[in-house]
Design a protein around this ligand. Structure first.
Ligand code: ATP
Ligand code: MG
Ligand code: MG
Ligand code: MG
Length: 562
């Protein structure tokens, strides 16, 4: 592709509202443009990268036995009413009415659509198992669209659904999917973990999230420092508690708030705004866990102490009172000085209320904004647990550490939730009707692109892994007024393209400084500079990742690039 003939609108300045690296660089390097909040266009380079990820996803899905299809994004409300999710999905579902006043949704996910499709087509166990998938835009009216492609309102997802007549068959398909997902994210070059996720009644081993490790991740994961064990906080806590029961005597406490019913009550009880920054510490005082919440960022007179165990609220307005009551010195928002007589069992490492996550970073003062969902289920609230950094890992190897993660994929066993609700049955060997057993498997394709950009960049721009780069080679003609340079760069462009390289040729009449800066920003793996020495048949090769450069005779280029 010749740069003069495509659209790569690079920017020198960091766009004002882009606050993470991937978002900034994808905008600056001309891969994407924002249309409106959470909605993006993929420009030619962005589209290429997306296609690279899609191709890997397709290969691995096909290898796992999936067959590709494409379902409508526009879905009639009746489908969602059948499953009950028209009512329960909440404001994230984009809804609309047609000219006849019939209600529709833009697909946030496709369980309903696929269940109704397969229900109508498949009636016998003999036609199962079946795994179908699609790569398609999804629509979710996210409360806080942010970080560019990482949390959009329209985004590209690969979603797969498997149908089975027995549990064993589902288990097999699930295992294949876990392997496929690991292959996909490995081929994308990502540093990721497959994390056990809490799936309530369904059971932990039936639900994995694939998390790219990243400081800007919105999820906190608990992982073992010396094994493959990794879980989201809820799941880790459940497992820890289970282990605690087995080996009594280990540190474990449970926060219980028996008489609270709604999230407003909870917020009221904790005396926090539902969007407030909260720091927490958990102490053992008189053999009882006590949660200390510090509201706001710096206001020391805002300290609230609550005896959570028996839901008795102890409010202390000033640090002095707090110190007196607890015998601890809560001097500031920073690390708290605690006398040895008091055991700190969780230094900002409490997980409570689903969305209020407090982990621990280097300074031990790690927190997350409180994001309470109004749709928050009371059930969860009755069952609060936590896991502590430094706890023994549930698998017996090493201790628990916390890390931030970006959820790029999610696989889980649905069982018969949708098939029962929507009456998707098959006849079994004995001619009896029974609900199909289902699994579902999602990958955020556009989010994965951003996660790769987040992990692969330096001060000068993007540094694409070879598998993902929009083009393999970037040829820069230094001076477009120099006939030899133009001729050699055209010649190499043709030659290397014939050698099946994907080549981007910068044939613009720009200053060379601009060309180099753009080239670094775009981040193709190899740059070939055609400059003054072109007259001697010599060009310069630069490896984007290492910065290594060398000169080479143009005839030897194809050998050198092997
Ligand atoms: P999150 O917890 O980040 O909101 P989710 O659990 O709601 O994601 P799933 O329903 O599991 O998402 O969807 C499957 C995949 O789709 C996710 O693992 C993620 O990679 C991707 N995804 C979900 N929401 C978005 C979004 N708003 N923008 C981009 N990708 C998304
Ligand atoms: Mg979500
Ligand atoms: Mg999630
Ligand atoms: Mg998920």
């Amino acid at each position: 592709m010749k740069q003069s003939q495509t659209l790569i609108p690079t920017l020198r300045e960091v766009p004002a509202d882009a606050d993470v690296k991937s978002h900034q660089l994808l905008l600056r390097a001309g891969f994407i443009r924002q249309n409106t909040s959470g909605i993006y266009s993929f420009l030619p380079l962005g589209r290429k990268v997306l296609q690279k990820v899609e191709a890997i996803v397709r290969e691995e899905m096909d290898a796992a036995g999936g067959v590709e299809m494409l379902m409508p994004a526009l879905q009639q409300a009746e489908l969602w009413q059948e499953s009950g999710r028209w009512a329960s999905y909440g404001p994230e579902l984009m809804r609309m009415t047609d000219r006849h006043n019939r209600e529709f949704a833009l697909g946030a996910t496709h369980e309903e659509m696929v269940t109704s499709l397969i229900r109508d087509e498949i009636k016998s166990y003999k036609r199962l198992p079946l795994t179908v998938y699609q790569i398609q835009s999804k629509f979710r009216d996210e409360k806080r669209p942010r970080f560019g492609l990482l949390r959009g309102r329209e985004f590209l997802m690969k979603d797969a659904y498997s149908f089975h007549s027995d549990q064993k068959s589902l288990d097999e398909a699930y295992d294949l999917m876990v392997t496929a997902y690991s292959n996909i994210f490995r081929r994308c070059g990502l540093n990721f973990r497959a994390v056990l996720a809490d799936s309530g009644a369904i059971g932990g081993k039936d639900n994995h999230e694939f998390m790219v490790l990243s400081e800007i991740g919105e999820d906190t994961i608990a992982y073992s420092d010396s094994s493959d064990y990794a879980a989201n906080l809820e799941m880790a806590a459940v497992t820890v508690e289970y282990e605690q029961r087995k080996h009594s005597g280990q540190k474990m406490a449970r926060i219980e708030t028996p008489d609270k019913k709604s999230i407003a009550d909870v917020a009221d009880f904790l005396q926090v705004d539902q969007q407030e920054t909260v720091k927490s510490m958990l102490f053992i005082v008189d053999e009882k866990p006590v949660l200390v919440l510090v509201r706001g960022d710096h206001e020391v007179n805002d300290i609230k102490v609550k005896n959570v165990m028996n839901a008795k609220v102890v409010e202390l307005a000033t640090p002095e009172e707090t110190v007196k009551w607890l015998g601890v010195n809560v001097g500031s928002i920073g690390p708290v000085q605690v006398p040895e007589s008091i055991e700190v069992i969780a230094d900002n490492a409490v997980k409570f209320l689903g969305d209020i996550v407090c982990g621990a970073n280097e300074e031990g003062t790690h927190y997350k904004h409180v994001q309470l969902d109004r749709d928050f289920s009371v059930k969860k609230f009755d069952d609060l647990r936590f896991v502590i950094e430094g706890d023994p890992s549930p698998d017996g190897n090493g201790t628990i550490q916390f890390a931030k993660g970006i959820e790029v994929g999610h696989v889980f066993k649905l069982g018969t939730v949708y098939s029962e609700a929507m009456n998707a049955t098959i006849l079994d060997e004995n001619g009896r009707a029974k609900p199909m057993i289902m699994g579902c498997y999602g990958i955020g394709v556009s989010r994965t692109v951003a996660a790769i950009a987040e992990q692969f960049n330096d001060d000068n721009g993007l540094v694409w892994p070879v598998n993902i780069a929009p083009y393999n080679l970037h040829i820069i003609a230094v001076n477009m007024k120099d006939e030899t340079q133009v001729q050699v760069s055209e010649e190499l462009y043709k030659l290397l393209t014939d050698y099946r390289y994907n080549v981007l040729l910068d044939d613009r009449t720009e200053r060379v400084g601009v060309k180099f800066a753009d080239s670094d920003l775009i981040g193709l793996p190899v740059r070939i500079t055609v400059g003054k020495k072109a007259s001697e048949g010599i060009v310069e090769v630069k490896i984007r990742k290492t910065g290594e450069t060398y000169e080479v005779q143009k005839e030897e280029l194809t050998d050198k690039l092997q």
